[in-house]
Design a binder for this molecule. Sequence first.
Ligand code: PXL
Length: 317
Amino acid sequence: MTVYIYVQHNTAILIDKGMGLLYNYNLINVIFERMMMMKKVVTIQDISCFGKCSLTVALPIISAMGIETAVIPTAVLSTHTGEGFTDYTFRDLTSDIPAIAAHWKSMELRFDALYTGYLGSPEQVDIISDFFDSFGRRDNHIIVDPVLGDAGKLYAGFTSSFVEKMKKLCAKADFIIPNMTEVSFLLGIPYTDSYDEAYVKDVLRRLAGLGCRVPVITGVHFDSLMQGAAAYDSEKDEFYFSFDKNVDHHFHGTGDIFSSVFTGACALGMSLQQCLDIAVKFTLDCIEATVPNIEETWYGSCFELCLGKLIGYVKEK
Ligand code: PXL
């Protein structure tokens, strides 16, 4: 029996040639549409068991955007390594990654976006680079958040050889999403918190020189009123900016929030400007939701309180 399915407007028509039957199934259409629309992302970063960053942020955020989210944990830590935590545990999962990749390859899994965050060791960066070669395609996106540091300093445990490896990984990415600290380490230039638009455009061009198609810088501000992100599409030679209200507080994990929303938006096929706008807006929502809880939630942001809004933003686009 051969069944042909035609999807037209809001209905699916099933035609069984042999029996000459013709069915019109609205319900099937709904399932069919959802299957066709459901995007798949794989995110590769650590699990900080407590501390609201990396996978515990990326997984709920990308899932809330209606995207199937596969994960490869790079390491398990008891907390993140940022300010306020000491004596954390660290279990390296580097040796698990090639076997996971081989299993997935045998199943011919395909992803609409490959998104990396915190990586635990230089060897791990090489393995992820191979993963990009295996799972990158002309029609999917490789997004690298080159997690290296903040406020002018490298995170605990990172060295200049790790920075060199990360630069090579950036060369394979369609999008990289550094903050200004990471920009300074990737380009080998002094960190500055005071700059103008010409400076941002210059460093964006130099980041594209690393080999990635679209560098995106987070936490960009030209005054104390507005904060946002800047991007450069090197193929089109066009710059993009998105700003919203600046809130004078800094919370750990907001870079992970931005990159996760950006990745989700990319996988959903939004334009670069839309990706920037939704990521900037949601990151601000999370910061504003955290301010009243600052005493209790000093180690991360209250993104959980904003997931409903994110679902709304996705529906609007
Ligand atoms: O948010 C970035 C991040 C992710 N994972 C771990 C970290 C950090 C930043 O400090 O320590 C383990």
